[in-house]
Design a protein. Structure first.
Length: 156
């Protein structure tokens, strides 16, 4: 079965990497895809996000990286033969946000949504938090900086 792991990935976090790794164990193929989100202002160019996702997926042979910045998620799914959307959830607030979209994707195109609970050790990490803290030297030391960190910034 082919699954889609969509997101803005701005930037890619260790939480994203964990959900991607776990999804790759569950599905025959996973497409991790940078999607446009009208509610977010992109900080990193799409090309850089794609590069970071490729680095994060390098050891996952059944993962491909793509982008879809125009149109709906269901349009992408229909066009690429994806039946399942994978979403990571850190807590109740994420689930409250995700459920209406999951229902609408199912209503519009029969797309199922598969929720993966965040690793408790990573559940406090968000792209917004990483972006906010990245300008402060040493501030990301406690959450670590893996392959998703900026190539120009050494790991803490």
């Amino acid at each position: 079965m082919r699954a889609l792991f969509p997101g803005s990935f701005d930037p890619v976090t260790q939480g994203h990497q964990d959900v991607l790794r776990r999804a790759a164990l569950l599905f025959d193929e996973v497409v991790v895809c940078v999607m446009f989100n009208a509610n977010k202002t992109g900080r990193l160019p799409v090309a850089e996000r794609l590069d970071r996702l490729r680095a994060a997926a390098a050891c996952l042979s059944n993962v491909t990286v793509d982008s879809h910045t125009v149109g709906l998620l269901v349009d992408y799914c229909r066009g690429t033969g994806v039946d399942v959307v994978v979403r990571g959830v850190r807590g109740a607030a994420d689930l409250d946000y995700e459920m209406p979209m999951a229902r609408m994707n199912h209503e519009l195109a029969g797309i199922e949504t598969f929720f993966i609970a965040a690793d408790p050790a990573l559940a406090h990490i968000s792209s917004t938090l990483v972006s906010t803290m990245s300008d402060r030297p040493g501030s990301l030391r406690s959450i670590g900086r893996g392959p998703a960190s900026s190539p120009s910034t050494p790991a803490a």
